[in-house]
Design a protein around this ligand. Sequence first.
Ligand SMILES: Nc1ncnc2c1ncn2[C@@H]1O[C@H](COP(=O)(O)OP(=O)(O)OP(=O)(O)O)[C@@H](O)[C@H]1O
Ligand SMILES: [Mg+2]
Length: 231
Amino acid sequence: MTVAAHPATPARGREITITGIDGAGKSTLASRLHRALTDAGHQALLIGKHSTEVPMDPELSAYVDHLNEVVYRRDARVAQACGDHYWLLALAAWYTLQDKLVIQPALAAGTHVILDNAHHKILARYTVNADVSTRLAEQVFTHLTEPDLVIFLSIGAREALARKGSFTSLETGHSGGGDEDFIRYQDSVLAQLREQEQRGGWLSLDVTDMDRNTVFKTAASALADHLQLTI
Ligand SMILES: Nc1ncnc2c1ncn2[C@@H]1O[C@H](COP(=O)(O)OP(=O)(O)OP(=O)(O)O)[C@@H](O)[C@H]1O
Ligand SMILES: [Mg+2]
């Protein structure tokens, strides 16, 4: 009698999340790590706010794309009119679908996920927002998959602004249009991220004086040390 061969269940993929204030260098590092993982022969997925593809499922992909349009591709007047509570819940809906339809299946299939900016910055923004309960903001994200590694790119707001060059009203917390408004608001968001870092056991990198290559190399060695992932 022959025993039916079962395909081996792949080892679960690892989720690596990059967080930090606006302009910290998250997207730059995320795409570099993704490329390096892929070049080293790993299955890896880069997920950010423009990722709407649900692999092999055009119907779900179309639905996720509709939600992306609602959340991210709207005009400023509409955004203002909807208000903070609506945006917290809309963003929670976005992160929920991204987690359930894309991240969890990828991890289960053995694909590593690089998440360019998870909900942590949103939570930090809502924590400094006196009009919305912090407890509510915390609760709407608690069900999301816990990343295997959170890389926190730590940099002051003034230095981040020098890198970015320009900013939107949202990036000043709608507090004004001047550089000082960006710096004041982003430094308060940074203080909240530092509190989350303490509670969450994140890997914090002070990237103030690091060029792109040094940030990448430091993050790559963290992947080897913490997750035994070599790239
Ligand atoms: N280590 C670095 N040194 C200098 N400039 C950098 C570094 N990393 C990224 N940059 C530059 O800083 C700017 C912001 O980087 P990036 O878009 O990666 O930040 P981000 O954290 O994704 O920002 P956002 O929150 O706005 O999406 C870009 O112009 C990028 O090329
Ligand atoms: Mg970015």
